[in-house]
Design a protein around this ligand. Structure first.
Ligand SMILES: NC(=O)c1ccc[n+]([C@@H]2O[C@H](COP(=O)([O-])OP(=O)(O)OC[C@H]3O[C@@H](n4cnc5c(N)ncnc54)[C@H](OP(=O)(O)O)[C@@H]3O)[C@@H](O)[C@H]2O)c1
Length: 308
């Protein structure tokens, strides 16, 4: 066991049972935080609690089994934590799902409603309940899982992208409202990441799954941005930063076409390549040009920022 000293502080992490949330939970444990872990996979959460206690000497891990897509789930979690007398110093709204398919004809409304409840309503109410307490103490931090697609259209995951646009917009408004306090809110905006996300969203075979980032890197960049109180962070290197810059400057229609390509099943792309080789080459060259100009703009942006 690494003998680390506890901070006496507590981080509440939703979606800690897998992927980015689990990596974030590990970082908090390594830094001596007590934890409140929330998700449906309660056995996984208990196993994690044991690992953290054993490996990092984590003093207190509270596990809450909750389906956060249920109405009033956020209030229920808040009340359970209050009843245990735990003060939450850091809130991480990580739990979220996606859903692949054409909005008009393919996706199921009940699944979409559940996704909006989880990604939007629960995130909003948890943020509201805990920010109120943090502002009263004049101390605290919130990390909200947005996405790089929060600033672009994302055809074939239209509702998912809209939920992430909401999360990002909410976060950036709160950043402004909280100025002058010691409370910070940060949006984490990952590109496609190597977790179970695409599989659960019914998109296991899409092009984006060939270009995924490491969840360890994503969590580390998010954790550092959270701890330094940044309003937002796009984890990863220049390519992801270039995507961000392109999303701000390129026409929405261009971005929509490019993003749709990433959500197209690979076997459909293979079929199209066989049928229309010249067109695919043109699209490929177009995408390369967009990426190169994005990298150019991101580099110029960074140089201008350094020169200021
Ligand atoms: N992977 C990506 O490409 C990517 C990119 C940008 C942003 N994000 C965002 O990152 C966050 C984490 O996703 P991930 O990639 O780490 O995916 P993941 O491995 O599938 O993890 C999702 C987490 O959310 C929890 N969750 C899902 N539905 C829930 C529900 N109804 N109630 C409670 N918890 C629920 C899951 O726990 P249980 O199943 O145990 O409940 C799990 O811990 C999400 O908000 C996602 O939108 C992901």
């Amino acid at each position: 066991m690494e003998n680390r000293k506890g901070t006496g502080k507590t981080a509440l992490i939703t979606g800690a049972s897998s992927g980015i949330g689990q990596e974030l939970a590990k970082l908090f444990a390594q830094d001596g935080y007590n934890l409140v872990l929330v998700a449906r996979s309660v056995e996984t959460l208990h196993r994690l609690a044991e690992v953290f206690e054993l490996n990092y000497g984590t003093e207190q891990v509270t596990v809450i089994e909750k389906d956060l897509s249920e109405e009033d789930a956020a209030r229920d979690v808040y009340e359970q934590v209050q009843a245990k007398g735990i003060t939450v110093d850091v809130l991480v709204n990580d739990a979220g799902v996606g859903l692949h398919g054409k909005f008009a004809t393919e996706t199921d409304w009940e699944a979409e409603k559940s996704m909006v409840n989880l990604n939007v309503l629960t995130t909003t109410l948890l943020t509201k309940l805990y920010l109120r307490d943090m502002v009263a103490r004049n101390e605290g931090r919130v990390l909200n899982l947005a996405s790089l697609v929060s600033i672009t259209p994302f055809p074939l995951m239209a509702v998912y992208a809209a939920t992430k646009a909401y999360v990002n917009s909410l976060t950036q408004s709160l950043v402004n409202e909280l100025k002058g306090t010691n409370v910070t809110v940060t949006a984490l905006m990952p590109n496609a990441t190597d977790t179970d996300f695409f599989n659960k969203a019914g998109a296991a075979d899409v092009v984006a799954t060939d270009m995924v980032d490491d969840p360890v890197m994503v969590a580390k960049d998010g954790y550092e941005a959270l701890m330094s109180g940044k309003p937002k962070v796009v984890p990863g290197g220049l390519v992801n930063k270039a995507y961000e810059v392109m999303a701000y400057v390129a026409p929405q229609e261009t971005m929509a076409g490019m993003m749709r390509y990433t959500l197209t099943p690979k076997h459909e792309i293979a079929q199209k390549v066989r049928e229309q080789r010249p067109t695919i080459w043109a699209v490929g060259l177009g995408l390369a040009a967009v990426a190169v100009s994005g990298i150019f703009l991101a580099t110029r942006h960074r140089q201008a920022a350094l020169a200021e």
